[in-house]
Design a protein around this ligand. Sequence first.
Ligand SMILES: Nc1ncnc2c1ncn2[C@@H]1O[C@H](COP(=O)(O)OP(=O)(O)OP(=O)(O)O)[C@@H](O)[C@H]1O
Length: 469
Amino acid sequence: ASSEERECAFTENLPVADPHSGSTNKLRGVVRENGTVRCSRGSRCYGLWEKRADGEIHLVNQGCWALQQKCNGDRCLVTATPSEIQNGNFRFCCCNRDLCNANFTEAPPTADTPALKPIRRDDDAVNCLFVCLFVFPGKQKHSLSALDVMEAANSDSVDLDNLKLLELIGRGRYGTVFRSSLNERCVAVKLFTSANRQNYANERSIYCLPLLQQHDNIARFLSADERTTADGRLESLILMEYYPHGCLSHYLSVHTVDWVACCRMTHGVTRGLAFLHTELYRGDQYKPPVAHRDVTSRNVLVRADLSCVLADFGLSMRLTGSRPCRPGDDDTMAISEVGTVRYMAPEVLGGALNLRDCESALKQVDVYALGLLYWESFRRCSHLFPGEAVPEYQLAFQAELGNHPSFEEMQILVAREKYRPRFPEAWKENSLVGLAAHFLSFCLTISNLFITPHHDFWTGCNKVNLLWL
Ligand SMILES: Nc1ncnc2c1ncn2[C@@H]1O[C@H](COP(=O)(O)OP(=O)(O)OP(=O)(O)O)[C@@H](O)[C@H]1O
């Protein structure tokens, strides 16, 4: 039964734009004139209704639902309590019988109700979905994120039996990343051992912040879960969209890029970081400003069209709310000295981070690292080396300190000697004017694309400019 084709009621009052991943096209199936859709094998049906201010319930969308977990009922049961979904304004259900989504049935959630519940601990992902779908209907370009968030919202416990780890694609300090398949969809899975559970919990909570998944330059989160391995160990998993080009540093190490591609890459990371830093209120949604605290070219992932997303939020920190950020706190050290040593700002290395204005200080630390990413990227830009070979890819300070610089080495070089990555000779000699023009147009491009000119961001940007100039 799970692999049958399914016929579902179909309505699209709110268009779900074409996702940019082929694998999710199967969400739609073949739409028929009689208001139904023939969904691809293994799909379920879903429905979404809105309760308006007048108390009337209006149908919003119906169609095929690619995720199978918890959608096995005959009836379309709404089990998330109304308060969990946008203050009770929406009803979502999915089910596994032909046309079962024509109507919904409200049922109080029970332990064994074969239906949906939002992501554990909060309903941010569900709320994100509704903001994606309704508050910004003009942003259909991002509707893969809406779809993904719908999936995330409903995949509290992914059916891990269907998850196959296929190939090891990355190993970081905190997690091991595998290209994987989930119900024939290609995904990336980051596995954390119990020793790194805090990092997992933090990354998960950041991904689930309201509005975060709406942004095109933040990595797509699909789900998170925990399981016990055969030998009794606790293992935590984060499921994400799979980015076939991998991380920025890998991409740049094997490819040069032209000017446009280079701008697209750096611009994407910049937008992602600006968004992360920004405090947002939209309707009843609140996104706190967040510092990434580990901006590196390994933590930026590259899409097929060479646009980039910011990833790896295991060390990220909300900059408002309950967490203190004052000198003398027990976690002052943790606040100021996390990250990858190569990308640490001089004030972090020199122990001079201004914790009295923690929010600005940590944002500026991120922006310093962003400047190093620009340097790594533009050194691989073919247009900036006319008539000569593009230099081999280098990480920032690799020429000076090699592959594994220590904290002390970085401290001496960057904080004490105030050394910064060098411009290649080609940029100094012949094309300074051209470069300046390019750089100016680049700055203008990115400045146009910020949501709001953010004071702290621009303060940080001055550091980038200084680094460049
Ligand atoms: N969704 C993805 N798609 C493709 N490759 C990925 C994906 N996520 C991570 N990777 C690869 O795995 C590597 C490690 O991932 P990640 O940085 O999230 O782990 P980490 O343990 O937190 O690492 P770090 O040491 O940077 O903190 C990345 O640099 C990248 O090459």
